[in-house]
Structures are given as structure tokens and as C-alpha cells.
Design a protein around this ligand. Structure first.
Ligand code: GLY
Length: 384
């Protein structure tokens, strides 16, 4: 790979793509309007949970999640080596809890297809469930235990990626301010020069040969500036945490209402709402109360304990819940890597590898047809 790559967005996807592009030999500039990892990446619980996030049937999205999970071991080793930092990766496994017998049957169906795809999951009940998660409510009827799932401390992974990029010579522009123009370099765009660029409100202009759009929930605005239909929208996730030793919640625990993840700093993170609130990251009483009620029900030992922190992030959502990854029609120097919705941390190594291949003009290992960034406008135009 050669040439200059401009990355719009300094969240986990942008920094991962920057690390991958730089180690493949590109000159890379990342432009972040605010703080690196300061949006959804900083708010995330860091779950690497393709089975818990895909409960229905395996599909191309599940395959993408697995492709990325399969790369995590090597990815973390590479990022830790390149940065000299440690990433907090806890291989706890997960437990999906059913409160009623009627909810156990769908779990059995799920167990069959997920085990055919490497989950090594088992259904646990009674004493076996209690010994896995001793502080779980006795009202739990069963749990689907999946040892293949794990979690990272997303802020540490972001910090390590930042450091790795810095050491590889990536130009990291933080607090660049609002982006007011983006040029795909095609004949129909502003310059028509073949070069891509983005311009900030203060008039700074960043130019390169290729543009990778990784702006999370803000990607829709870039799509518009580039002349595409905006297909990424923010969905707020409100989260809170409780203080407790990490041994009090041993696995990532999921119910139909919430999830809990124990971090090494003594915070049990509980997430998350899914609200349409535009770009508002305010935390609401209603949003957090729902999480507190779910916590009381699932982990009675936390009932009445105050939350130690409350926060919110904006997930980048698309109409079909799948990310946009690929080169849009008519803009050969642009790569979109956005709309990762609930799975940005999980999908970061896989996305970076795919983007690296696209920058190398190689066919990625994962078929991208279902993730095409222009798939919605193609349907509207009768293109499929
Ligand atoms: N991946 C969990 C969430 O988006 O809340």
C-alpha cells in the first residue's frame, strides 16, 4: 500500500483503520473534530459478544462479527506490542438469563446453531447456574453460558491504538472542530482533482489520495457533504455503573432488559437504553431508572446501591442494523466504514482489515455485498 490516507473520525474504527493502514505502509492522517475516542467508543461497555448480539439465526452480519472476533487475539497482541500498553481484555464468557420456562425453548434453538458456529455454549440451571454466577437472583430459570464471549475496557483499547498510531507516525489531529466540507475528488465533486479533502470550520483543509469515513453517529453529515444520501443516524445508549468487586459479577450477564459487565476498576457497568434523541447525550432519570429496576431484579445484592456513574453515547445506526463498509458507487477514492451500531468495539479489527484490503485494492476476505454503503439508494433506484 502507498499513498496518503485521510481518516475522518478518531473513534475505535478510525484509529483501528489508521493503525492497519499505517502498518501496511501508508502515510495516514486522522482528523477528529473533538477528542479521540470521546464519543461512542468511550461510552461502550466493550463487549465482544457476537452470539449474544445475534440471537435469531446466523446471517452475513453474524459472519462479519465472527470474522472480527477471530482476529481479536492477534489484533490485541499487535496493538499491545506496537503501543507498549496493556489492553484490559477479560475472557469471562457470557450468561444469557431466562426468567421463565417459556424463554428456555428459544435458547435451546439458539444453542444448536450457535454451537455449530463455535460458541461452545451450554444451558445451565439450578446449582450449576448458581455456581457460575453466585450473586445472580434465585428467580433465574436458566442461563445460556457462552465461554467464547469476552470484553475489553474500550478506553484502554482506544488509548493503546492512539499510542500505536503515534509510534507508527500517523498524524493525529485532535479537536479539529466542526467539519464543514468534504470532497471525494470525483469529477462531480468540488475539486474534481482526484484528491480527497475535508475542511474544518476554522478553514483548515486536509488533503490526501483516499478518504476513509469512520465518523460514527456523525457519518451521515459527511455522507451528505460527499453527495451521498445520509444513512447513519444516532441512537442514544444510556449506561450506569455500580461499585462492586469484579468477582461479584463474574460473566457478562444479559437479560431481555439489560446487561452487566464487571470491570477491573471495581465498576459493574449496566447498559443500555436505545433512545432516539438526535445528538443529545443527556442522561435521563427514566433511562437510568429502567436499568436500576433491571439490576434490582437480576442482582438483588445491588438493590438500593447508588450508581457511581451515569453516561450516554450515540450508537451509529443504519436502517437495517448492519454497518456500511465499502467503496460507494461513483467515489472510487472513498471508503466508508461506519454504522457499526451496537458492535463497534467487536467489529474494529475485522473492519480495519477489510479497509486495509480495500486500500490495497484487494478483494476482502468477507463478501461486502450486504454491507455496501450505497445499498439503500440502490434499492430506491431499483438497482437490485
Ligand atoms: N453493545 C451494547 C450496546 O450497544 O449497548
Amino acid at each position: 500500500m502507498s499513498g496518503h490516507v485521510l481518516i475522518a473520525g478518531g473513534g475505535i474504527i478510525g484509529l483501528s483503520c489508521a493503525f492497519e493502514a499505517a502498518r501496511r505502509g501508508s502515510r495516514v492522517t486522522v482528523v477528529e473534530p473533538n477528542r479521540f475516542g470521546g464519543q461512542a467508543s468511550g461510552a461502550a461497555a466493550g463487549m465482544l459478544a457476537p452470539y449474544s448480539e445475534n440471537t435469531e439465526q446466523p446471517d452475513v452480519f453474524f459472519d462479519l462479527c465472527r470474522y472480527s472476533l477471530d482476529r481479536y487475539e492477534q489484533w490485541v497482541a499487535d496493538v499491545e506490542y506496537a503501543s507498549g500498553d496493556q489492553v484490559e481484555w477479560m475472557r469471562t464468557g457470557s450468561l444469557n438469563i431466562a426468567f421463565h420456562e417459556a424463554d428456555v425453548l428459544p435458547m435451546q434453538t439458539r444453542l444448536i446453531w450457535q454451537n455449530a458456529r463455535g460458541a461452545r455454549a451450554e444451558l445451565v440451571e439450578g446449582a450449576a447456574l448458581r455456581s457460575l454466577e453466585p450473586r445472580l437472583t434465585e428467580r433465574a430459570a436458566a442461563g445460556l453460558y457462552c465461554p467464547a464471549e469476552s470484553h475489553v475496557f474500550a478506553p484502554k483499547l482506544v488509548a493503546a491504538l492512539y499510542e500505536a498510531c503515534l509510534r507508527l507516525g500517523v498524524q493525529l489531529i485532535e479537536h479539529a472542530g466542526a467539519i464543514v466540507a468534504a470532497d471525494s475528488g470525483t469529477s462531480s465533486s468540488l475539486s474534481g482533482s482526484g484528491g480527497v479533502s475535508i475542511t474544518t470550520a476554522s478553514g483548515a483543509r486536509y488533503e490526501a489520495d483516499r478518504l476513509v469515513l469512520c465518523a460514527g453517529a456523525w457519518s451521515g453529515a459527511y455522507e451528505q457533504m460527499l453527495g451521498f444520501a445520509p444513512e447513519v443516524h444516532p441512537i442514544r445508549g444510556q449506561i450506569c455503573s455500580f461499585e462492586a468487586p469484579v468477582t461479584d459479577v463474574r460473566h457478562m450477564v444479559f437479560t431481555s432488559q439489560a446487561y452487566w459487565v464487571g470491570k477491573q476498576n471495581g465498576a459493574i457497568v449496566c447498559g443500555a437504553s436505545e433512545d432516539v434523541s438526535g445528538f443529545d447525550t443527556t442522561v435521563t432519570e427514566r433511562g437510568i431508572d429502567r436499568l436500576i429496576r433491571a439490576t434490582d431484579r437480576t442482582f438483588p445484592f445491588l438493590a438500593g446501591k447508588p450508581t457511581i456513574k451515569r453516561w450516554a453515547g450515540l450508537r451509529p445506526a443504519t436502517r437495517d442494523g448492519r454497518p456500511l463498509i465499502g467503496v460507494p458507487d461513483g467515489a472510487p477514492n472513498v471508503i466508508v466504514a461506519a454504522g457499526h451500531y451496537r458492535n463497534g468495539i467487536l467489529l474494529s479489527p475485522g473492519t480495519a482489515h477489510i479497509v486495509g484490503d480495500l486500500l490495497d485494492r484487494k478483494a476482502p476476505a468477507v463478501p461486502l455485498g450486504e454491507f455496501r454503503p450505497d445499498r439503500f439508494s440502490r434499492v430506491a433506484a431499483g438497482g437490485f
